[in-house]
Design a protein around this ligand. Structure first.
Ligand code: DX5
Ligand code: ZN
Length: 214
């Protein structure tokens, strides 16, 4: 399992220490949630924080843009050394162009679907993307309850990927914990994002290790 801890749930008063913990852990990537208060009803952090994190992180950065007009920021993310730029389907009227711009900037391109957006909307882009992120909560906040219907969407996405010969990985984000993670692994996801489950715990590296083993 590819494990991408979500920094949103970290203690921002001790952010250097938190990144050090991730560096020492078995995590594969570091998930950064960027929110603009427009696309989602919350604001997180911006470029000064991404830059500071990028300088310290030894893990590839997996950036989840919950913002309108994400295409405006592709080149700046590339300059900071971001590995994966992930845009929301619902925020991109010209998704094909945006995905190509992310690739041209030298990054992996991923697309995210909100819980209410059907998997079939990816039919004409699935062969262009490196990863699909299925939101398993409504984006904007950590610590929410997993939406059970997500399991059906994972199966639909797996079917779409195999039918089209796409190489896209399947990632999920929201409500990942010791109960939901085994179900997600069984449904066939490649990557788990987890925030509160990892950071709201005394032994975060142990939790990462357990998720890795799924
Ligand atoms: C929510 C973010 C998530 C969030 C997940 O909009 O995209 O990455 O940090 O938090 P948990 O794992 O606590 O549900
Ligand atoms: Zn996220």
């Amino acid at each position: 399992m590819i494990v991408s801890p979500s920094l949103l749930a970290a203690n921002f008063g001790h952010i250097a220490r938190e990144i050090e913990m991730i560096n020492e852990s078995e995590a594969d990537w570091l998930h950064l949630d960027i929110m603009d208060g427009v696309f989602v009803p919350n604001i997180s952090f911006g470029f000064s924080v991404i830059e500071a994190v990028a300088r310290r992180s030894m893990k590839p950065l997996d950036v989840h843009l919950m913002i309108v007009q994400p295409e405006k920021f592709i080149s700046r993310l590339a300059e900071l050394g971001v590995s994966i730029t992930n845009v929301h389907y619902e925020a991109c009227p010209h998704l094909n162009r945006t995905i190509h711009e992310i690739h041209e900037a030298g990054m992996k391109a991923a697309v995210t679907l909100n819980p209410s957006t059907p998997v079939c909307m990816l039919e004409d882009i699935i062969n262009e993307v490196d990863m699909v992120l299925l939101m398993t909560v409504n984006p904007g906040f950590g610590g929410q309850k997993f939406i059970d219907h997500s399991i059906v969407k994972i199966k639909q996405l797996k079917e779409l990927i195999s039918r089209t010969g796409s190489q896209a990985l399947i990632q999920v984000d929201g409500g990942v914990n010791d109960k939901t993670a085994p179900l997600l692994a069984e449904a066939g996801v490649d990557s788990l994002v987890a925030g509160s489950y990892i950071f709201d715990n005394k032994y975060p590296k142990q939790r990462i290790k357990e998720l890795k083993q799924l």
